[in-house]
Structure formats: structure tokens, C-alpha cells
Design a binder for this molecule. Structure first.
Ligand code: 13P
Ligand code: 13P
Ligand code: MG
Ligand code: MG
Ligand code: MG
Length: 364
């Protein structure tokens, strides 16, 4: 029997503008998922949030892209959005692009990351969930986990990882994908994934046996909707230990709060701050962008745990660095590279300004 881990997430409304979702929305999600567990569709679930995004971490035995599981997530978020509308929450139903389900949640607004595997003797699985950023935010930490020996000692000293990993990369602009192997094609891989707004790591497989190691939600909400409607606030599932990076090798990349896009109005760059679940409240200038980490043991498709990874005070220094970087970036105000380039902004007044000035521009 194989186990499936599905994280399906959406922003269906929040309090304090785009700050934090409301407990009543999580209660509604809990009601729907509890029923599904009783009926046997789900084996287990854990609901959390990073800022205004609700993350439903679900385990079952129905495989990935299962219509019933996807419909459950869709119906759950629709019901939650009704509660949000009743409370006049901000952005009620924000990420729901359609009101009718058509077989798969992909392309309907919510983000999804899923993987199916045969459980090992013990199967540690980590969920990393973000707010105020985009799927490409995981490119750097995932590269570090699965390809950088200065992060993951196991790549060098553990024979079961020594063969390296395959990276499946999506080109979200041209809608195509490519698989690249590390360490052999490391420089070519980096040439792509350094462009975080376009090339996004979707899945990672162990080369020796093609076993799934990681999966990311790559849904580009803005591209689906044809216009910017908030960032995609991604999630990642990462397997660990015994042939995969150790638990602490999966969290270690987040000790460097790297710059990501998606802060304030989806239009600014800022540091990705690793925080506990309690501190997943992005309020300073609607940020800075956040990531939470939850460590589970998956046992007969049940979720044991979680450990709140970034509640560890050893990440205090990363948070202090993120705050210093946030101060520095904020001083740029509306200037790049704090503000995103015009073509990547969620909001832009530029076309209107240019139109107004059209008659006043002269050739030089
Ligand atoms: P323990 O001895 O605590 O099991 O440590 C194993 C390990 O090296 C984890 O990285
Ligand atoms: P969300 O995608 O988290 O709703 O972000 C909206 C935003 O840009 C707030 O400044
Ligand atoms: Mg929002
Ligand atoms: Mg959000
Ligand atoms: Mg969003």
C-alpha cells in the first residue's frame, strides 16, 4: 500500500488586511476534513496557516491528482470563503478563481503539492509553507538541501545519497518542463533556477531509484488569472533521512534569509524570515515574507507530530538578519531592487503615468 501526502492551500480571507486568516475559517476547514476522515477519504490531516494562507496537510491512500481529494479541498475552501464573506474578511475567497469544480484543483486558484510513496520503516516528512512570496522562493533552499554538499553533509558522507538527485524544473512562462541531474548538470540547473520568477523546481527524485524526494506547489495564480491577483504563497513537501537529507539538513537552508519577491502588494523583494507557527503573522509592511516548517513522521498514512521547526531559538539569528535586511531594503522605498521591475508588479500605475505624459515626451 502506498501513502499520499497532499498539501492544498489557499488564501480565502484574512484579518488586518492581508495579515492573518481567521480561526473560524480554519474551524470550517476542520469540519470538512474531519467528515472526510470519518468517511475514509482521508486517513489524517493537519491544518495550519502561514499569514493569510490556510495550509491543509492531508494524508490518504488515493494517489496524487485524485479527483475526490481535490474536490474535497475545493469544497472546503468554498465553504470557508462563505464564512469569510459573512465576516467581511479582507480578500474573502481571494484565491478561488472559479466557483465550479472541474476534476482537478490545478488551475482553479489554490496551490497544491503532492507525492505518493511506499512508506519506509520510518518516514520523516517536512512541510514548508510560505506567505508573501512565490514558488521560486523554494529554488535556493531546495537546491541547497539536495545538491549543495556545504549544506547537506550526507551528499558526501552517506552512500545512500551520494548518487545525487534529479530536479524537475517548470518553465512557468512557456508552460514546459525539463529534468536535470545533480551533481552532473549543476551549473546548467543553476543557470535556470536563478531566474526564480520563471524557472521553478517542481519535484526532486533520488537518482539511484527515482524515488520521490520533494514536491512544490508551482501554481502561478497571476498567470492563471491573466493578471496579478496576489502572490502564490507556495508550500513544499520534503522527505528526509535514510537516503534523503537529514531533518536538520532540510531546515538548514532557511538559516539564510534569502531575498524573495512578493512582499507588499506582491510587488517588492524582501528576506524570507523563518518563523514558528505562532509568528506566522506578516504585518511589517505586510511582511517580511515568512516560512514555517513542520516536521512529521508519516506512519500508516497517519501524521505523527508536528515539530515546529523554526520555533528553535537557533533560528533567532536568521530572524535578526532578516530584520536588518528588511530595514535596509525598506529604505529604498519605491526604487528597484526593493520594488520589483515593472513587468513583475502586482499593481502598476506606470501605463497611466506614461499615457498622461505621452504628449510631453520629445525626441532627443
Ligand atoms: P542521533 O544520535 O541523535 O540519532 O543523531 C543522528 C544524527 O546524526 C542526525 O543528524
Ligand atoms: P497575499 O497573496 O498574501 O494575499 O498578499 C497580498 C499582498 O501583496 C499584501 O501586501
Ligand atoms: Mg491575502
Ligand atoms: Mg498570502
Ligand atoms: Mg497569496
Amino acid at each position: 500500500m502506498k501513502t499520499t501526502v497532499s498539501i492544498i492551500k489557499a488564501d480565502i480571507g484574512s484579518v488586518g488586511g492581508h495579515a492573518v486568516t481567521h480561526q473560524k475559517l480554519k474551524d470550517k476547514c476542520n469540519e470538512y476534513l474531519s467528515n472526510a476522515k470519518e468517511e475514509g477519504l482521508l486517513t489524517d490531516f493537519y491544518i495550519t496557516n502561514c499569514g493569510d494562507d490556510i495550509d491543509m496537510i492531508m494524508t490518504h491512500t488515493n494517489g496524487t491528482d485524485n479527483e475526490e481529494v481535490h474536490k474535497l479541498a475545493f469544497d472546503t475552501f468554498m465553504a470557508g470563503a462563505e464564512v469569510a464573506k459573512g465576516l467581511k474578511l479582507y480578500g474573502a475567497g481571494q484565491d478561488l478563481l472559479s466557483d465550479t469544480f472541474s476534476g482537478n484543483i490545478k488551475g482553479m486558484g489554490p496551490g497544491s503539492a503532492e507525492m505518493e510513496f511506499k512508506e519506509r520503516g520510518s518516514d520523516p516528512v517536512f512541510a514548508y509553507c510560505c506567505d508573501k512570496t512565490e514558488p521560486g522562493a523554494f529554488n535556493l533552499p531546495l537546491f541547497r538541501m539536495f545538491a549543495d554538499p556545504f549544506n547537506t553533509a550526507g551528499l558526501v558522507i552517506d552512500p545512500s545519497l551520494h548518487g545525487g538527485f534529479d530536479f524537475e524544473v517548470y518553465d512557468v512562462i512557456e508552460n514546459r518542463k525539463v529534468v536535470m541531474s545533480c551533481p552532473d548538470e549543476m551549473y546548467d540547473l543553476l543557470a535556470l533556477i536563478g531566474s526564480t520568477g520563471r524557472y521553478v523546481i517542481k519535484r526532486i527524485f533520488r537518482r539511484s531509484d527515482n524515488e520521490i524526494a520533494a514536491a512544490v506547489s508551482t501554481d502561478k495564480l497571476n498567470l492563471m488569472a491573466g493578471k496579478y491577483i496576489g502572490k502564490d504563497d507556495p508550500v513544499a513537501i520534503v522527505r528526509s533521512q535514510s537516503g534523503f537529507p537529514a531533518g536538520g539538513e532540510t531546515s538548514e537552508p532557511f538559516a539564510f534569509p534569502h531575498l524573495v519577491s512578493g512582499w507588499m502588494r506582491g510587488s517588492h523583494n524582501g528576506p524570507l524570515m523563518p518563523v514558528s507557527q505562532a509568528d506566522a503573522r506578516p504585518v511589517r509592511f505586510d511582511g517580511p515574507p515568512r516560512v514555517i516548517g513542520l516536521g512529521f513522521q508519516v506512519s500508516e498514512a497517519k501524521l505523527i507530530g508536528p515539530v515546529d521547526m523554526f520555533a528553535d531559538p537557533a533560528f533567532d539569528d536568521a530572524r535578526n538578519t532578516a530584520t536588518k535586511v528588511a530595514n535596509y531594503m525598506r529604505r529604498h522605498g519605491p526604487f528597484e531592487p526593493h520594488r520589483l521591475p515593472a513587468d513583475e508588479m502586482e499593481y502598476t500605475s506606470l501605463p497611466g503615468v506614461l499615457e498622461k505624459l505621452e504628449d510631453r515626451f520629445e525626441d532627443m
